[in-house]
Write a protein that binds this ligand. Structure first.
Ligand SMILES: [Zn+2]
Length: 426
């Protein structure tokens, strides 16, 4: 079972742009449209062959044995009917005002000492939970104000155009389901919109949980109001935001710097477990003790609420893992957007697509982990039919690609109408 691990924090090498014309925005739009609309059956045979990728790190698991080449040929007909699968990461939410991890203004780039809370710490330690929830309490207000951007809405349009069939996202900000509720999204690393009880698994809306945190922690609530009043949350510019006293990370954490005392922060117990203590794995009934205000006390043995995201060191559930793998199996192409594939859970899906012989595209502003291997087979003459690599901003390129595809579709309709008119005149 894959664990969430701390991704590589080293800068990745600059990408090879494919085709080279995709270095300009207009060229990137043209190549992306070609990538999204060309039929996999039109590809030259070598591009369709199943490929193997040597993991860039010896720590990775060995690749499974690929089916024989005859199976690849049989897949081609099915591929033509299959839609593009998107795999998105933090880069797609940067235009919404959320920092990514390793872009030029990313968390790892600006704050070398950033250290997230690990799952095992969160589960085991009251003080780790205080620290997490305090930072999250402040960061959540910023996340609530952030909205999906043009890239998310363009993805919804690509769904309506019949180009994209599904989205897998590493993001926990819920922007995909908000922007395109009818185009299915698999949230690989969970989502921040609920808190989940570690004992009974009941989920609570994050907004309600946030209100509980505010009620239990009046000084922190006052500090948050100060932050809002200072305008630190009004700007999407991370530099300006920091100048006004606020640092946020993509997982919704606020970084307050050193010297902050989290020990006074309080968090609530699971209301369901409080009313009806659950039976624990050891067969004993759980104990939930709260203070006069309802704050969870460390004499408790159950009823701890956790953000419903996969934390570092935590496993992705088998159901989500299998759904993501099935989405790759059933896709015609894979387009990675705003991800450097630095987390293993995302990288292995791209690797699976490569081994299936799917055309792979990457739209990401920085380098991508081991990306040379994804494009090693790509011919210099390829104009986007079998591969696409662009380092431009998704929120500019995707909406233009949607418009171009609309025109292409419209042109086909107009052409047939013109033919009909000519016949009528004749
Ligand atoms: Zn519970």
């Amino acid at each position: 079972m894959p664990l969430m691990r701390i991704p590589y924090t080293d800068p990745l090498p600059a990408p090879r742009i494919i085709p080279s014309s995709a270095a300009s925005t207009a060229g990137a739009v043209e190549a992306l449209v070609r990538f999204l609309t060309s039929s996999p059956g039109e590809l030259p045979a070598p591009s369709r062959a199943r490929r193997h990728l040597t993991p860039p790190s010896a720590a990775l698991q060995p690749s499974p044995t690929a089916p024989p080449p005859s199976a690849a040929a049989a897949d081609d007909a099915r591929l033509r009917e299959r839609k593009t699968l998107l795999l998105t990461g933090a880069g797609v939410s940067v235009a919404s005002g959320l920092a990514d991890y390793r872009g030029t203004r990313g968390t790892y780039t600006l704050n070398k000492t950033y250290r997230p809370t690990y799952y095992h710490e969160f589960v085991a330690r009251h003080d780790a939970r205080k620290r997490y929830w305090a930072r999250s309490f402040l960061g959540s207000a910023n996340l609530e104000r952030a909205k999906p951007n043009a890239a998310h809405y363009a993805i919804g349009e690509l769904g309506r155009q019949g180009i994209v069939g599904k989205v897998i996202t590493q993001n926990v900000d819920s922007f995909h389901p908000i922007a395109h509720p009818t185009l299915p999204t698999i949230e690989l690393h969970g989502y921040l919109r609920t808190a989940v009880c570690l004992s009974c698994r009941r989920e609570y809306p994050r907004q309600e949980f946030q209100e509980e945190l505010a009620r239990l922690n009046p000084p922190w609530a006052a500090f948050l109001q100060e932050m809002i009043a200072s305008g630190a949350l009004d700007t999407e510019n991370p530099t300006e935001r920091r100048r006004r006293g606020l640092k946020t990370n993509p997982d919704g954490d606020v970084d307050l710097g050193g010297g902050v005392d989290y020990s006074t922060f309080q968090y609530p117990a699971c209301p369901k477990c409080l009313a009806d203590p659950p039976v624990l794995a050891n067969g004993e009934r759980g104990i939930i003790n709260v203070d006069a205000n309802g704050a969870w006390l460390p004499t408790s043995t159950a009823g701890v609420l956790k953000p419903n995201v996969i934390m570092f060191g935590e496993s992705i559930s088998n159901a989500v893992k299998e759904a993501a793998e099935a989405a790759v199996d059933n896709a015609g192409k894979l387009l990675v957007i705003g991800s450097s594939l630095a987390t293993y859970s995302a990288w292995r899906l791209a690797k699976q697509a490569l081994e299936l012989g799917l055309p792979i595209g990457i739209l990401n502003m920085g380098g991508v982990r081991g990306e040379d291997a994804f494009f090693a087979h790509v011919d210099e003459s390829d104009k986007g039919e079998s591969a696409f690599r662009c380092a431009g901003p998704a929120e500019e390129i995707l909406p233009q690609a949607v418009d171009e595809i609309e025109k292409l579709t419209g042109r086909r309709v107009n052409a047939s109408e013109t033919c009909a008119n000519i016949e009528a005149v004749a």
